[in-house]
Design a protein around this ligand. Sequence first.
Ligand SMILES: [Zn+2]
Length: 408
Amino acid sequence: MTNPTADSEARATVFRDVRPFGGPVVDLVAVDGVLVDTIPAGASVEYVEGEGRLALPTLVDAHIHPDKTAWGEPWHSRRPAHGIRGYVAGDVELHRALPTPLAERALRLMAHAAAQGTRAMRAHADVAPAYGLEGVEGVAAAREKLRGVLDVQLVAFPQHGVVRTPGTAELLEEAAAGGLVDAVGGIDPAGFDRLRGDGDSAGKRQLDVVFGIAERHGLALDIHLHDVGERGLGPLREIAARTEALGLRGKVTVSHAFAVAALSGPELDATADLLASADIALTTVALSASTVLPFRRLAERGVRVGLGSDGVRDNWSPYGDADMLHRAWLLGWALDLRLDEELEAAFRLAADGGAELLGLPKADLRPGSPADFMLVEGECLPQIVIDLPRRDVVVRAGRVVARDGRLV
Ligand SMILES: [Zn+2]
């Protein structure tokens, strides 16, 4: 029999004099990637000095597009664009114009995110005849290089549409069969991705394809839904019905869900109940007051919600920095949060919302939780959400992986 606490080979890392969530000064002890109560007897011990810094859980980016980014590239001047068609045409142009290969750009952004305290992300990579599987393969290569630092779930995302862009369904199938992706994506099945006059007001054609692939390959689904009103709610009901019928509860996410953000009162509650009963999660990116999801209300009714960066300095937008603490700030700004408990809720959404959505254990700095946290200078959590201090130390599985905003 082996008793891990008496194992003379045990190694512990003690993070001395830190303040979890801004509370009293304590030592955090990590063994085998997990926080424990006390240093195991006979363990060799390494010390990291916290010097009174706050310890906060590292964060989860529930929705990001590393394949599209121009982060770290020469400045890209954007042209006016109208509708998804215009934006995706610009995506292809930018992809061809950027001097750095996609895999390298994705790695640069993902490494930056990890150094700012992101412990995991769900990355969408475009799958379309214009790129083949370059996006999926490039982000998968970056994921491999960051193994042990950043957990990455990869979504094969048909940004150009499945119905309107022939060849996409076959590429999605190939991506799924290749084993590199965790989920199949989708996009506005009743708005953007339908043929004129086809009468497909619930987006069934696209949903047939993406649900079929997910079912055949045992993958999750994560569908972009920007459409509002019935064009968004119709597919949402269809997604819920299919999720239940195919036994995919807990494996389906709808991203953005602006149609849900536009609801209030009993309509919002009824839609939340529909989502909760099918265990469909939502992600939000805090773009604006009118499109951000009312995450606290949704959580009260049992809907899992994650927070994400979306595109970072890409053709769609010059904004974004893949810093999830900054994203919590943006969420607070979009929702006009001002009370301490509201600012803390914004942080918790960035920390716990995405973790739950990605199926990761909660990092709450208690014994038994993953030793995933960051050390920052500051006074208290609400102030940190506002002031966005430098991430002095980022710890992943008990190991220091970044200092002063850079991977070590
Ligand atoms: Zn997106």
